[in-house]
Design a protein around this ligand. Sequence first.
Ligand SMILES: Nc1nc2c(ncn2[C@@H]2O[C@H](COP(=O)(O)OP(=O)(O)OP(=O)(O)O)[C@@H](O)[C@H]2O)c(=O)[nH]1
Ligand SMILES: [Mg+2]
Ligand SMILES: [Zn+2]
Length: 297
Amino acid sequence: MDAQAAPGTVIAGFGRASLVRTEGGELLRATARNRRLQPVCGDRVVLSGIAAGRAVIEAVDPRRTVFQRASRHRTKILAANVTQVVVLVACEPSFSDELVCRFLAAAELARLPALIALNKTDLAALRDEALRALEPFRGLGYPLIELAGKRDALPLLPYLHRHRSLLVGQSGMGKSTLVKTLVPQAEVRIGEISRFLDSGRQSTTASRLYAVDAASEIVDTPGVSEFGLAGLAAREIAACFREFGAHAARCRFQDCRHLSEPDCAVREATLSGAVHPRRLALYHRIVQQERAGAEAR
Ligand SMILES: Nc1nc2c(ncn2[C@@H]2O[C@H](COP(=O)(O)OP(=O)(O)OP(=O)(O)O)[C@@H](O)[C@H]2O)c(=O)[nH]1
Ligand SMILES: [Mg+2]
Ligand SMILES: [Zn+2]
């Protein structure tokens, strides 16, 4: 490694080409030294040959956390080294509560704390319905906050402090708009990044990392309409439904999957409301879909 070797953080990664921020805050177009290196947004990397806004990525540091989705065909890392997940839903367009479950499950798998944010609450007439759809997620220990990210991000700010937050959600929930509110300079940065990517599209097509302030960062991600959990087995998925744990010990069978086994304490818990019936229904659905995906492989 040459004398110029310096650490950097991947702001946006596209296979071998990445946009990398140096310690000094300079943005560089960087190319990976070889194919084995696959830098993703959030990676810490070692750079060499820094000159004229360009550099070579010599190494990718071990990842402390990985948040990924996995379809039948491939695994896609949304970002590395984030410290929490913010699931953004909106009053409009309507959102899928199954996807919310899947995002939360992925956060559990990555051992990351998560919170849910209901956006666009300025659309007051639609707020109650959105809150009703979020009812199954209350009392699980995931903070639920409301905001209108286009106007201000104040309700979210205390949660961002000292975190690198991953913003996930379906397309149109307002992720990029929220980032623009949080990072007013983002407009400029987005311009730079768009030129780098050679795309001027409205929808986000790759994860992008932004500094909110000296202590917090946020990663904008492309909206998704599907979020696979790598064909996980029922038991592993059940472990991602954190409220099931308190009841599972009382199921008749120790290896109960809470599907149709007799004397299932998790299913019984829906009668008292300790487990929300909608969460159990979504669990069943996700188990079925992941199984179908795994069998098709
Ligand atoms: N009423 C209202 N509209 C908003 C708010 N925030 C965003 N929007 C609108 O929602 C639309 C989608 O916003 P984006 O920020 O592009 O959504 P996104 O989640 O980044 O979408 P993808 O990049 O496709 O995943 C835009 O027309 C925004 O103007 C809000 O707080 N209130
Ligand atoms: Mg976007
Ligand atoms: Zn059970």
